[in-house]
Design a binder for this molecule. Structure first.
Ligand code: ZN
Length: 157
């Protein structure tokens, strides 16, 4: 039985994504500047803190609603998650809900099985096909500050 699936991703608008690419390229300047031990420690600490906000914020709270918290801490979670520059929490949550609903099918925005490792890791964030926030998938999110943060997702960074 032939189970070949044709990917439907639309590709990347590289010019539109220069902020995202630039943010990831900036750390390479460390090779051309003086970097201290404090800088490396700060880098490691920020990595761990942002990973907490990505997994505890984007993923467990906004996508899966795995726990409840105050409106204030929800805002802190959103700002912390968005400081990783993976777009707005509402956009991220909607895409992640699609991922779980259609895992490893062409509708899955970040299936490594269908689109490959790089697309699953970072390409899905820049993919034109998933550019707009699917508000129909996040009707449980009502607070206006989240919609503002989602629109201006670059602000926390
Ligand atoms: Zn999940």
């Amino acid at each position: 039985m032939n189970t070949t699936i044709t990917p439907t991703k639309k590709g990347t608008n590289w010019l539109h994504e220069m902020d995202f690419i630039g943010m990831h390229a900036v750390p390479f300047l460390a090779f051309f500047t003086h970097v201290t031990a404090f800088d490396w420690i700060l880098c490691a600490v920020l990595y761990v803190v942002r990973m907490f906000f990505v997994t505890g914020g984007y993923h467990r709270y906004f996508s899966h609603r795995s726990y409840k918290t105050s409106r204030f801490f929800q805002f802190i979670l959103a700002c912390g998650a968005q400081s990783s520059f993976q777009k707005g929490v509402l956009w991220w949550a909607a895409n992640h809900r699609v991922h779980h609903k259609h895992s490893d099918t062409p509708e899955d925005p970040h299936s490594a099985k269908i689109y490959g490792f790089w697309h699953a890791h970072i390409g899905w964030i820049m993919d034109k096909e998933h550019k707009e926030t699917r508000y129909d998938l996040i009707k449980d999110m009502k607070h206006k500050e989240l919609f503002w943060l989602n629109k201006y997702h670059f602000v926390p960074l």
